[in-house]
Design a protein around this ligand. Structure first.
Ligand code: R1P
Length: 296
């Protein structure tokens, strides 16, 4: 309780744990794959090295952190559930537990606004937010407001995006034929229903939303609920100057491209998804790099 009062900006438990993920420094790696479901996190966790023993923590707020090594490189798999608020807990609380660069790849499922077949994998180069405008009068209609707002795009980290694309090109299995990489744009929404154009029993004024999205956002391909906020927070982190005694920075280079196989896709096939090889931090100021792989 003393700690809570002393640091109201970033409250932690007395033993140094962030409130919602429940972890503390040393329990999360700089390289992170984040997913939305526990079973997906657990499946990927099984691909980590048998030694050292995995760290695994289910928080009482519904997050799961699994930390181990893949081919001797420290990696964490973090299940964050869905939506922007959970992204916010995830990025900020893990950042608080790390020194050095923070590298995040979200592996998720998505809706598709083009004719890509189910089973395609999309790596969005950028993402926009599509959010319900609560100032719009959803009961009577409203001539002065639009029901949904579109943000400006925010980009994936170009280096991490390229590394992910290159790793996939080199190692993807023949069964993964439909790989879309270049210039795909994602939209992250604040509802699976209204702001993704679904028609339900609520007055959502969204019948023309998908057409509007396609017309307004060049290259739009996928719809989901997290990527924009991951990219946005990564880009807006102001960073801290690296101290010479920083704990757990990424190594200067990661020598191999680790392959993660067997992640269940929406089809009955297994999709092979890769954690790219990454160059570690070379500047005096660490960064957050983020990219995404989305299964149609
Ligand atoms: C909705 O069903 C969920 O599926 C998509 C959306 O972004 C949302 O989180 O992602 P995941 O399958 O990765 O959770």
């Amino acid at each position: 309780m003393k700690d809570r009062v002393q640091n109201a900006n970033f409250p932690k438990t007395e033993d140094g744990r962030v409130y919602h993920l429940g972890i503390r420094a040393g329990e999360v790696a700089n390289r992170i794959i984040t997913v939305g479901s526990m079973s997906r996190a657990e499946s990927i966790g099984k691909m980590l090295d048998a030694s050292p023993k995995l760290f695994s923590l289910y928080s009482e707020r519904g997050f799961l952190t699994i930390t181990g090594c893949y081919k001797s490189v420290p990696v964490s798999i973090v299940c964050i559930g869905m939506g922007a608020p959970n992204v916010d807990f995830f990025i900020r609380e893990i950042r608080e537990c790390l020194s050095g660069d923070m590298l995040v790849i979200r592996l998720g499922s998505c809706g598709c606004l083009t004719d890509l077949p189910v089973g395609s994998l999309v790596l969005p180069a950028s993402s926009v937010a599509c959010t319900r405008n609560v100032d719009f009068d959803f009961v009577s209609g409203d001539p002065w407001e639009v029901p949904y707002r579109l943000s400006k795009p925010v980009s994936a980290d170009p280096d991490l995006h390229s590394a992910l694309r290159d790793a996939l090109e080199i190692t993807r299995p023949p069964s993964l034929k439909n790989l879309v990489v270049s210039n795909a744009v994602n939209a992250s929404t604040d509802s699976f229903y209204s702001s993704q154009g679904r028609q339900t029993s609520f007055q959502d004024h969204n019948a023309s939303l998908i057409d509007h999205l396609k017309a307004a956002v060049s290259g739009i391909t996928t719809l989901e609920m997290e990527t924009f906020w991951i990219f946005h927070l990564a880009a807006s982190w102001r960073g801290v100057k690296q101290s010479s005694s920083a704990v757990n920075p990424p190594p200067a280079t990661v020598p191999v491209v680790p392959a993660f196989s067997g992640i269940p896709s929406r089809t009955s096939e297994n999709v092979e998804v890769l954690l790219p090889s990454l160059v570690g931090n070379t500047s005096s100021r660490p960064v957050i790099r983020a990219a995404a792989a989305q299964m149609v």
